[in-house]
Design a protein around this ligand. Structure first.
Ligand SMILES: CC(=O)Nc1cc[nH]c(=O)n1
Length: 102
């Protein structure tokens, strides 16, 4: 069966133990709806590793990211801003996708 969303392998362990409960994506991955159940795979190999349920999808800019978002990503705020800027160069409009592990 196909996966619905992928995460870099380096995030997998944090997701599986509940330390990472949000993901910040651009508009191309903002179509998920509250209650959707998504199969999750690794970006590198598309190997399935868990299923998540969408709690909320909220628009945000890079400047609006807070310490709370960083905590939900299990990172410092400066690391989070760098990670997002590295993944999405020249983009400022994002969506915070809050999820729970099923
Ligand atoms: C594959 C991929 O884009 N992964 C991302 C992007 C942003 N946040 C995140 O947690 N994972």
């Amino acid at each position: 069966m196909q996966n619905d969303i992928t995460f870099y392998q380096r995030f997998k362990s944090d997701i599986l133990v509940g330390l990472k409960v949000i993901t910040i994506r651009d508009r191309s991955e903002s179509h998920f709806k509250v209650g959707d159940k998504l199969r999750v795979g690794t970006f590198e190999t598309d190997e399935y590793f868990c299923t998540i349920k969408i709690i909320s999808v909220t628009p945000i800019t890079l400047e609006q990211l807070t310490e709370e978002h960083a905590k939900q990503e299990n990172m410092t705020l400066s690391d989070l801003k760098k990670v997002i800027s590295d993944i999405y160069p020249n983009e400022n409009h994002f969506f915070v996708i809050h999820f729970s592990l099923l």
